[in-house]
Design a protein around this ligand. Structure first.
Ligand code: ATP
Ligand code: MG
Length: 152
């Protein structure tokens, strides 16, 4: 069940628009000419929604949330970038542990399961996830997922 990348991401962003904070908006950049991607759509959707909800939750009103997709070899690269509260250096290595929440996030509702589940899905798909973050300035998550060949 290959998916059309642009339409797939547009639909997710459309569905999410209503739950954003005031003035927050998505910018979506597709950096690949390859239109049809062989990847598990339901897992990819779950990964994207978790990262995008976090980007919104941990950013203030009016901030941009940027989604980019690219293909490198047989990998789909997805980045979700925000200009939010960031992650304290001392909490970075615990971020994918279940129920872990960073010290600067405790005033925001959450259970600390989203990224744990995302990491499990990425592992199941044979991919990788990483992030860079600067406290009070923003966070970027990068997911790499193997894609399977699609007969055009
Ligand atoms: P939920 O289970 O509802 O997703 P959560 O958002 O607290 O709850 P995770 O999504 O697993 O849990 O994220 C774990 C922690 O990582 C968060 O509590 C927060 O401290 C930090 N975090 C995740 N994404 C971001 C982000 N984009 N910016 C800043 N901190 C983040
Ligand atoms: Mg979350």
């Amino acid at each position: 069940q290959p998916l059309v990348l642009q339409a797939f991401c547009d639909e997710i962003l459309d569905d999410m628009q209503g739950m954003m904070k005031t003035g927050q908006h998505f910018v979506y950049q597709q950096l690949t000419d390859q239109k049809i991607i062989g990847v598990d759509g339901s897992m990819l959707r779950n990964i994207l929604i978790n990262l995008l909800v976090n980007a919104s939750k941990y950013s203030s009103e009016g901030k941009i949330i940027e989604l980019t997709t690219a293909i490198e070899g047989n990998l789909l690269l997805v980045t979700v970038r925000d200009e939010g509260i960031g992650i304290p250096d001392s909490d970075k290595e615990k971020l994918f542990i279940n129920f872990f929440r960073a010290r600067n996030a405790i005033h925001v509702q959450g259970t600390g399961l989203g990224l744990y589940i995302v990491k499990r899905y990425v592992d199941l798909l044979g991919g990788t996830i990483s992030f860079t973050s600067q406290l009070d300035s923003g966070t970027t998550f990068t997911v790499q997922l193997p894609i399977y060949p699609v007969v055009a």
